[in-house]
Design a protein around this ligand. Structure first.
Ligand code: FAD
Length: 446
């Protein structure tokens, strides 16, 4: 009798970018494996960062989906739209919402994070929304009415995306911030001020150091908000973005070690055999800093998922955390945030914002070099021998160069004093130094 090798069963919980990248890695190694992706989101795999552009109307719904049905078929992935309720590590099974058991050889938890609710039970009130899923974006669009008032609460990228999305749908938007500056633990006061001024020029009303104390409803429909100072603002729509929280309950109930996220080692493996985690739900050990960190970034989730998939398939692949960065748009100003830039307090966010990294908020104890020209601004966090972080607003030609300086830890000892001189030409100092580093490292000129 011929020996027929058993097909390995890979079960991936979640249909986000981390799971899809894991599936791609597994398939590269094992052409025969059964790969099952189970997700409770009926929309499946789509771009969450793209939801902002869907809200403003810059892209259509169909542009949110990176994969076609043909792509899934070619990868040989089976998909199931169900919620997983429990993991049973001893029997290598999970239990779905219909109490059906699904067995696995290797399991990936890639359950992402979920928006922190604004006031307990507020989501039961009609007109109070968040932005986690495509269904949330659809709900916001169905509620947005021209010339009506919409309120956005929070800080970070998502709060701004909601603000601009509602404004572009013709609403009169009020952005409510508890703190004294927008995104105060990542941006410095001048950067926040540039964004705030732009928002005001576009008709957004900013309420700083303001706190909503009560939602006023009429037959469970939001009709106004009351502030702590007693004043009220009539509105039928309130969108909250006060941070995201990794979805940990499946892991915790299964006895998997968690902290702020699911703790994984360099191979993206949890403390239990054959169970891995990746993406927004994972808190990953970073050997370079010796601490475990959460990123809520698309690229990071993809890289983590790819490493997890390879390890699950048996190819030892340590996840090497590259410098976290995001190229985004704040009040229409292209902005790149790289490495360690923050350290200030931010009362508007109760946890990590979407499109954010815990690393950004670390105080680098560095000197600051900067150039400012209207909205074009470069802020560099300068360590003793390397650049540690940067915020680049407006003109972006230096972003790639600065990313290399930070990620590759290019030595700046010889230009450090010049960088820190008032009025220094950061652009020429850095590009010259970068060009010589490229030549020394045999890198092709860009
Ligand atoms: C509005 C918004 C804007 C963003 N903007 C940016 C940006 O500008 N730049 C950037 O880099 N990143 C941004 N992000 C973050 C980025 O989208 C995430 O880092 C990335 O999507 C994480 O991927 P993931 O696969 O870990 O999780 P997710 O994409 O969150 O996927 C999690 C999956 O798990 C499923 N799931 C959860 N629990 C269960 C369960 N019990 N059973 C079954 N399925 C379950 C969910 O349905 C979902 O399919 C943004 C995110 C949001 C929401």
């Amino acid at each position: 009798m011929n020996y027929i090798p058993k097909k390995r069963k890979f079960l991936l919980i979640g249909a986000g970018v981390a799971s899809i990248a894991a599936a791609q890695s597994i398939r590269e190694v094992d052409a025969q494996a059964e790969i099952l992706i189970v997700s409770d989101d009926p929309a499946g795999y789509y771009s969450r960062p793209g939801l902002a552009y869907y809200l403003t109307g810059e892209i259509n719904r169909e542009n949110l989906f990176p994969f076609t049905e043909k792509d899934f078929r070619e990868l040989g992935i089976t998909r199931l739209n169900k919620r997983i309720l429990r993991i049973l590590p001893e029997t290598h099974q999970v239990i779905d919402q219909d109490q059906q058991a699904i067995t696995y050889d290797q399991l990936l938890i890639a359950t992402g994070s979920t928006a922190i609710p604004f006031m307990s039970d507020s989501l039961q009130v009609k007109g109070v929304v968040k932005l986690d899923h495509l269904a949330d974006a659809d709900a916001i669009l169905s509620m947005a009415r021209r010339r009506q008032t919409g309120v956005v609460v929070g800080g970070g990228i998502t709060a701004l995306e909601l603000t601009e999305g509602l404004r572009d749908r013709g609403m009169r938007v009020h952005l409510i911030m508890r703190g004294s500056q927008y995104w105060g633990n990542v941006l410095d006061p001048l950067e926040s001020e540039i964004i705030e001024r732009r928002l005001e020029q576009r008709g957004i009303s900013l309420h700083k150091q303001a706190k909503i104390s009560q939602l006023i409803t009429d037959k469970n429909q939001l009709s106004a908000v009351r502030f702590q100072d007693g004043s009220t603002l009539a509105c039928r729509l309130l969108a909250a973005a006060i941070g995201g929280r990794p979805q940990l309950s499946l892991a915790q109930q299964a006895g998997i070690l968690t902290d702020r996220g699911i703790l994984v080692d360099e191979q993206m493996q949890t403390n239990l055999a054959d169970i891995y985690a990746a993406g927004d739900c994972a808190q990953v050990f970073d050997p370079s800093s010796g601490v475990s960190v959460i990123d809520s970034l698309w690229t990071t989730a993809r890289q983590q998922g790819a490493a997890a998939g390879a390890n699950m398939a048996g190819i030892e692949t340590p996840y090497r955390r590259s410098t976290p960065y995001n190229v985004t748009r704040l009040a229409d100003i292209p902005t790149t945030i790289i490495g360690r830039v923050g350290g200030g307090v931010d009362e508007d966010l109760q946890s990590i914002a979407r499109g954010d990294s815990e690393t950004w908020r670390q105080d680098p104890f560095a000197a600051v070099a900067q150039t400012v020209h209207e909205i074009n601004r470069v802020r560099l966090m300068v360590g003793p021998h390397t650049l540690l972080g940067a915020v680049i607003m407006g003109e972006q030609s230096l972003s790639r160069v600065v990313y290399d300086f930070i990620d590759q830890q290019i030595d700046i000892t010889d230009i450090r004093e010049n960088l820190l001189e008032p009025g220094a030409s950061l652009v020429s100092l850095l590009t010259n130094r970068w060009a010589s580093w490229q030549r020394a490292n045999d890198r092709p000129a860009q």
